[in-house]
Design a binder for this molecule. Structure first.
Ligand SMILES: Nc1nc2c(c(=O)[nH]1)N[C@H]1C(S)=C(S)[C@@H](COP(=O)(O)O)O[C@H]1N2
Ligand SMILES: [Mo]
Length: 312
C-alpha cells in the first residue's frame, strides 16, 4: 500500500465514521451505540478494522451469522416484487423518513408517533436470532431493536385487548409490487397478546449494527423468531390492539396453507411440501428443522393445550 493509498483509506475511515455518527444520532440509539459501532462500519467499508466481539446475550444463538450481503440481497418483500433479488433492487424508492406509526385500538394511550421519537423511547438491544421461512430456507440474523413488550407496556392495553394487529405501509407509488394484486394490500399480520408480550418478540430498527436496510423492512419490522418468516411484517405503520383475532395476509391468500399461528413445526407439513428440514443460506446440505425453530424452551408454554396441527 502506498502512502497515498493509506491516506485515502484513512480519509475514507474518517468520512465513514462521521457518516456513521450521523446515522446513529438519527437512530436515537444512545451512548452505547455511539461508542461501540464505528469500528464495525470501518470493517464493512475498508476491511481493515475488526469490530470488537460482544459477549453473546441470553437471547442470542451462537450459530454463524448469515453474511450481511446475503441477508440484504435474498429477501421476501412482495411490495417490491416476487423474486428474492427484487427487494434489494427496488426498495430504494421507499422513503423511511419522515415516518409515523399509529398505535390505536384497545389501548389507554392511543397516539401517532414519529419513528425517531418511538425508537428513542427504548434502549436498543442486539439479538442474534434464527429465521426460518415457510419456504424451507433459513438465516441467522443479527437484529437490533427493542422488545415489543416495552412498547405495549408504555401504551397500556385495556383489559379488552387480546391480540395485536400490525399493518404495513400501503403506497403503490413507492411500492411498485402493490400495483399488482398478488396479495391483498396492505400486508397485515397479528399475534396473540401473550405472544406479543414474550421477551423474544422484537421490533427491529437495525441489522448488524446498521440502520435497517429498506429491503429488510425499514424503518420498523416485527421479529418473532419461533414463527415462520412471514409473521415478521416489514415497514409497519400501524399497531392496533384488538379483542378479536386479526386477519393476516397469508392466511387470507391461502387459508389451507398458512395459519394464524405459523409456529415453526417440523411435524406439520405444508400441504405441498415437508417442513422437516431446511436449507441454511450459505450451506450446501439441508439440516433438520427444530420445533418452534429451536426456541421451545422459551415459548412452548404459550401453547399448552393447543392442538398445533389444527392451529398451524
Ligand atoms: N410487508 C411485508 N413483510 C414481509 C414480507 C412481505 O412480503 N411484505 N415477507 C415475509 C417473509 S415471507 C419473510 S421470509 C420475511 C423475510 O425477511 P428478510 O427479507 O428480512 O429475510 O419477511 C416477511 N415480512
Ligand atoms: Mo417467508
Amino acid at each position: 500500500m502506498s502512502k497515498d493509498d493509506r491516506a485515502n483509506s484513512r480519509r475514507e475511515f474518517l468520512r465513514s465514521a462521521t457518516l456513521f455518527t450521523a446515522t446513529v444520532a438519527g437512530l436515537g440509539g444512545g451512548l452505547e451505540l455511539l461508542t461501540r459501532r464505528p469500528a464495525g462500519v470501518a470493517e464493512a467499508q475498508t476491511g481493515a478494522v475488526t469490530r470488537p466481539k460482544r459477549p453473546l446475550g441470553p437471547y442470542d444463538t451462537s450459530e454463524a451469522v448469515t453474511p450481511y450481503a446475503q441477508a440484504t440481497s435474498y429477501n421476501n418483500f412482495y411490495e417490491f416484487g416476487l423474486s428474492k433479488s427484487d427487494p434489494a433492487q427496488n426498495a430504494g424508492s421507499l422513503r423511511t423518513r419522515p415516518w409515523t406509526v399509529t398505535i390505536d385500538g384497545e389501548v389507554r394511550k392511543p397516539q401517532t408517533v414519529d419513528i425517531d421519537t418511538l425508537q428513542g423511547w427504548f434502549p436498543l438491544e442486539d439479538r442474534i436470532y434464527r429465521m426460518r421461512c415457510v419456504e424451507g430456507w433459513s438465516m441467522v440474523m443479527p437484529w437490533m431493536g427493542f422488545p415489543l413488550a416495552a412498547l405495549l407496556r408504555r401504551i397500556e392495553p385495556t383489559s379488552k385487548a387480546k391480540y395485536v394487529k400490525f399493518t404495513a405501509l400501503y403506497d403503490p407509488k413507492q411500492m411498485s409490487g402493490q400495483r399488482s394484486a398478488v396479495l391483498k394490500w396492505p400486508y397485515v399480520e397479528g399475534l396473540r397478546l401473550d405472544e406479543a408480550m414474550h421477551p423474544l418478540t422484537l421490533l427491529a430498527v437495525g441489522l448488524d449494527g446498521k440502520i435497517l436496510p429498506n429491503q429488510n423492512g425499514a424503518p420498523l419490522r416485527l421479529v418473532v423468531p419461533w414463527k415462520y418468516g412471514f409473521k415478521n411484517i416489514k415497514s409497519i405503520v400501524r399497531i392496533t390492539l384488538t379483542s378479536q383475532q386479526p386477519q393476516t395476509t397469508w392466511s387470507l391468500a391461502a387459508p389451507d396453507e398458512y395459519g394464524f399461528y405459523a409456529n415453526v413445526n417440523p411435524q406439520v407439513p405444508h400441504p405441498r411440501w415437508s417442513q422437516a428440514t431446511e436449507r441454511r443460506i450459505g450451506e450446501l446440505s439441508r439440516r433438520p428443522t427444530l420445533l418452534f425453530n429451536g426456541y421451545g424452551d422459551q415459548v412452548a408454554g404459550l401453547y399448552k393445550g393447543l392442538d398445533l396441527r389444527r392451529n398451524f
